[in-house]
Design a protein around this ligand. Structure first.
Ligand code: PLP
Length: 299
């Protein structure tokens, strides 16, 4: 697929002074380097969805998301690249569009706005379809790309990950990336999922129900480092992001990867890992969402 050059993703060891040399390796898989907008896991969750929509001759894809949604931004770009019409169903009303929504529009996505109340019905069959009834032959991609093509696509990230890593850390939103990777990685590799919201328990059941039963091993979720909930942050998290950048020259996003790396550092402080263990943290992108805190970051 010529749209994104997947060879741009590299594995970067983190600064030993930053992590205190307590483990044999602490590396980051830089999926954020793939593209400024369709970065990280979003590209992998979308590529098989887009291919499916194109192959089956759908006229448009429809997908929901919030005003700062990495998924919407990535979908708008990917749809343009695949030459298929995209309609974004946006939660809430905006007098002024967020930078994310502006970028969606600039990439040709049509935006349909619905109230939060309406949006809460999004899991009901036919909900999104009813909103876009005037468009024919649309392919629906659920929020966050959480369908079988999304999971399969996320599983492709396993190509970058060799068997020498004992632990794979991933930020969890819908759980799609975690499921796709659990299905593909060696089951001996322990997966650590960091949930940036107060919803760990709900996601556990979802992941268990979707991961292949014989691979339902060696994964765990924590929501200990949610910082007040999804999209919430405080000065401590910002300071952490700035320090992390100075030490590693890696920009983290404010919603997902910053909370994951904060958690990893806490686990290192608590001696949660043995000295022979090798940890790979997946940088799942999302940097476009930092526009809301740009002036507070040193990058
Ligand atoms: C969407 C997103 C996630 C969550 O991925 P899921 O597959 O929904 O669990 C993690 N990190 C970043 C940066 C994201 O944008």
């Amino acid at each position: 697929m010529g749209i994104i050059d997947e060879r741009l993703a590299v594995i970067q060891p983190l600064n030993k002074f930053w992590h205190g040399n307590k483990v044999a390796a602490l590396d980051m898989l830089r999926l954020d380097l793939l593209h400024p907008v369709v970065s990280g896991n979003k590209w992998f969750k979308l590529r098989l969805n887009m291919q499916h929509a194109v192959d089956k001759g759908y006229k448009a894809i429809v997908t929901p998301g919030g005003g700062w949604s990495n998924h919407l931004a990535a979908t708008a770009f990917a749809a343009k690249a695949f030459g298929i019409r995209a309609i974004g169903v946006v939660r809430g009303k905006y007098n002024v569009l967020t930078p994310t929504l502006e970028a969606c529009k600039a990439n040709g996505m049509e935006l349909v706005f619905v109230s939060q109340e309406d949006y809460n019905n999004k899991h009901e069959p036919g909900w999104a379809r009813s909103l876009v009834a005037h468009f024919d032959e649309v392919f629906m991609i659920p929020e966050g790309g959480a369908n079988e093509w999304g999971r399969k696509g996320a599983g492709l990230i396993s190509r970058f990950i060799n068997d020498t890593y004992t632990h794979i850390a991933v930020a969890v939103g819908t759980g799609t990336t975690m499921i796709g990777l659990r299905d593909k990685l060696n089951t001996h590799q322990q997966m650590l999922g960091f949930v940036p919201m107060k919803q760990g328990a709900y996601l556990e059941g979802y992941i268990r129900n979707h991961v292949q039963s014989e691979r339902d091993r060696n994964w765990q979720l924590t929501d200990e480092w949610h910082f007040g909930g999804f999209g919430k942050w405080d000065k401590e998290l910002l300071d952490f992001m700035n320090d992390f950048y100075v030490a590693n020259q890696i920009p983290l996003d404010i919603v997902y990867t910053s909370k994951m790396m904060y958690g990893i550092r806490e686990m290192l402080h608590r001696n949660s890992f043995s000295s022979h263990e090798r940890i790979l943290c997946i940088h799942s992108g999302g940097l476009q969402g930092n526009a809301s805190v740009r002036e507070l970051l040193c990058y």
